[in-house]
Design a protein around this ligand. Structure first.
Ligand SMILES: Nc1ncnc2c1ncn2[C@@H]1O[C@H](COP(=O)(O)OP(=O)(O)OP(=O)(O)O)[C@@H](O)[C@H]1O
Length: 270
């Protein structure tokens, strides 16, 4: 049984779903035949929710994100955005990865953020640059608008990548371990900032991590997956936990119980 604190649901399901997976099954074609990455997974993300996919290495978290981005079609089941099946990439979904090289090296930070607004959102250059500058200010990068990516720290590059995604106002932001390559202090700061920005803007987020503490911090809900091939174990409400709860007894209890749920199942499945 999980602690009551994480089971007590702040019901957000009344809002229309932004992203919905029903019986989502994902395979990769390999020389030896299909490899099943994810098996009949169900989840729903409502407007303004932050759903974290959490599970052991190889359980298919990144594959679900790839499918949501439109790069991996379902073998069975459906994955839909605002009720329409996803059948390719689109500007309504933006992905932020863990790699620091997501920015175009020949463009300034400002132009990196403005460029997709011109190309994908058909904004005029001046307006795109205004939106870009505003968003970069929001993530604390006002001092490096005219710098080139190679002059930034890893954390600043991730902030710029997040700003680029936010500026495009996607229906859902897709993040694949975006802070995994950062040092612990920068990571904590970025987690704090992401939560603040999400609250301010009502961001809808699908976030992948294998870090339990990060999942409890970032997620309003956690979707726990079994070991390969990933199947839904359970979905937990984590909206009661905040960055201020980090290190408290309640937080530790929940983290431990999430760990036991994941690894108990992993051992049972193998
Ligand atoms: N291009 C591919 N071709 C064949 N199999 C793949 C491919 N990409 C991933 N897989 C397999 O699909 C399964 C799920 O991989 P995925 O990367 O989605 O897992 P993950 O949960 O994100 O793992 P991690 O936490 O280690 O990043 C794994 O067994 C993996 O080996």
């Amino acid at each position: 049984m999980l602690a009551p604190a994480i089971e007590t649901a702040r019901e957000t399901r009344s809002a229309a779903p932004v992203l919905e997976a029903r019986g989502l099954t994902l395979d990769y074609a390999t020389e030896r035949g299909p490899v099943r990455a994810v098996d009949a997974v169900d989840f729903t993300i409502a407007e303004g929710e932050r759903l974290v996919l959490l599970g052991p290495s190889g359980c298919g978290k990144s594959s679900i994100l790839k499918a949501a981005a439109g790069f991996l079609p379902p073998t069975a089941g459906t994955l839909s955005l605002r009720g329409r099946p996803i059948n390719g990439p689109g500007p309504d979904r933006i992905v932020v990865f863990q790699e620091f090289d997501q920015l175009l090296p020949w463009k300034t930070v400002l132009d990196n953020v403005a460029f997709p607004l011109v190309v994908a959102r058909r904004k005029k250059k001046g307006e795109a640059r205004e939106i870009a500058a505003d968003t970069l200010r929001r993530v604390g990068l006002e001092r490096v608008l005219n710098s080139y990516p190679h002059t930034l720290s890893g954390g600043m590059k991730q902030r710029a990548a997040i700003a680029r995604a936010l500026a495009a106002s996607p229906d859902v932001l897709l993040m694949d371990e975006p802070f995994a390559a950062l040092d612990a202090l920068t990571r904590l700061q970025m987690q704090r900032d992401l939560i603040d920005i999400a609250r301010e803007t009502g961001l809808t987020l699908l976030f992948v991590t294998h870090d339990i503490d990060e999942a409890v911090l970032i997620g309003t809900r956690l979707h726990l997956l079994s070991a390969h091939p990933g199947r839904t174990i359970t979905t937990l409400d984590a909206s009661a936990f905040d960055i201020r709860d980090l290190g408290t007894a309640a937080f530790e209890t929940v983290s431990r119980k999430v760990h036991d749920t994941l690894f108990g199942r992993t051992r049972a499945a193998s």
